[in-house]
Design a protein around this ligand. Structure first.
Ligand SMILES: *Cc1c(COP(=O)(O)O)cnc(C)c1O
Length: 390
């Protein structure tokens, strides 16, 4: 039995319910007040750091405008994200091109729009940056482990070995770029705080080696994202992350820290949103089957792609009384694709009297849902979002 009250206060829940009155399902409801609180909480816990919101987590203009007003910076991954953020009047000084996979003409475009901070992890990309964004600041993304304990790993595809990062930083200077610092991402929804310890230690090794061997003084550590939202798999509270990570930083770098950048995505918007869906059908595959199949109007293709491999386990609740008996279910989406099954092995249970037309609420679903939805698979339109003003 998943208790809604473990995730939202009655007051927060009431706001969600008012906002969804009369809304067609499925829809996402994002409480901008929670986004604001998440931004302010991280700022308070890491007073020495600057936040670059990872736009991909929820690129809605309402979210971007709120964060612009709060003074956030933005981690941008494509030309289209760039255009969107610039159109909202954000100065290019507040942007960084954090994607290491980009075309030479993308670099050129970012440079023409005034962006001067670039992430890289390969020689070819570094040469492109030197050619198309002369004199810019570059930071090297390093490979970190992390994938075992992150619910949504981001490591293997990005980053290079620290030895290679070393060489590329030396090369960057030779090419007339500014070797600015080191970045890493320990994996999204990273539940093992120790992963930051290892990444910071590798970063420290690079800072020292660059200065001692090359006379290059780096000035910035970009610690990426990885901070948690609240799902059914427990994670520590952000306060514990901040306390531990701050300690690792001081252990390695002493009192005077370099510039620290954080790129929260999931932890900024995850808890701020819920998905409201409706049960389409409840059925069994044979007369005596214990497990029911519950098909809902939201699935892998219109918001819940992070249920791939049952990686992200959203808390799912109903309007039924807590006293109603529950039984095992397989939760699946509405499309004609048999891949469109959210949970089969994760032990989800729902009320035995659940019927078509009942609502299902997917909690902590504000991150990586709207932006990941398909455009019209089986004709289903992209999921809509409604916003609650802060
Ligand atoms: C996706 C991404 C983030 C955000 O990560 P979360 O775990 O969602 O906070 C931050 N930085 C980079 C470079 C990313 O690709």
């Amino acid at each position: 039995m998943i208790e809604r009250s473990a995730f939202y206060t009655d007051e927060q829940w009431a706001r969600f319910m008012i906002a969804t009155e009369g809304m067609e399902t499925p829809c996402i409801v994002v409480d901008l007040g929670i986004v604001k609180a998440n931004y302010e909480r991280l700022a308070k816990l890491f007073p020495f750091a600057r936040q670059y919101y990872a736009v991909k987590a929820n690129p809605a203009p309402e979210v971007l405008i709120l964060l612009r007003e709060l003074g956030a910076n933005f981690d941008i991954a494509s030309r289209w994200e760039l255009d969107k953020v610039l159109a909202l009047g954000v100065h290019p000084d507040r942007l960084s091109y954090g994607n290491t996979i980009k075309k030479a003409r993308d670099v050129e475009y970012f440079y023409s729009k005034g962006v001067r901070s670039f992430a890289t992890d390969s020689k070819t990309d570094l040469f492109n940056i030197a050619a198309k964004a002369p004199g810019s600041r570059v930071y090297l993304r390093i490979l970190v482990e992390g994938s075992q304990s992150a619910d949504w790993p981001l490591s293997r595809k990005f980053g290079c070995h620290p030895d290679m990062a070393y060489n590329l930083l030396v090369e960057a200077k030779r090419l007339g770029l500014v070797p600015w610092g080191i970045s890493f991402h320990v994996g999204s929804q990273q539940r093992d705080i120790g992963q930051w310890d290892e990444a910071i230690a590798k970063t420290n090794y690079l800072f020292r080696a660059m200065e001692e061997e090359e006379g290059i003084v780096l000035g910035m550590i970009n610690m990426g994202g990885g901070f948690p939202a609240h799902y059914t798999t427990p994670a520590h509270e952000l306060e514990i992350y901040a306390k531990e990570i701050t300690r690792y930083l001081h252990e390695d770098f002493g009192e005077q820290l370099p510039d620290i950048i954080l790129e929260p995505g999931r932890s900024m918007v995850g808890d701020a949103g819920i998905i409201v869906s409706e049960v389409v059908l409840v059925s069994r595959k044979n007369n005596t089957a214990l497990q029911r199949w519950v098909y809902t109007d939201v699935g892998k293709f219109n918001g819940l792609i992070e249920t791939l491999d049952e990686s992200i386990k959203y808390p799912v609740v109903t309007d039924h009384e807590a006293s109603v008996k529950e039984g095992d279910v397989i939760l699946a989406g509405p499309t004609c694709d048999s891949m469109d099954i959210m949970y089969e092995r994760s032990g989800y249970q729902l009320p035995l009297n659940l019927v078509a037309g009942d609502r299902l609420y997917w909690l902590s679903a504000g991150a990586y849902t709207s932006s990941y939805a398909s455009v019209e698979f089986n004709g289903f339109p992209p999921i809509k979002t409604v916003f609650i003003e802060p």
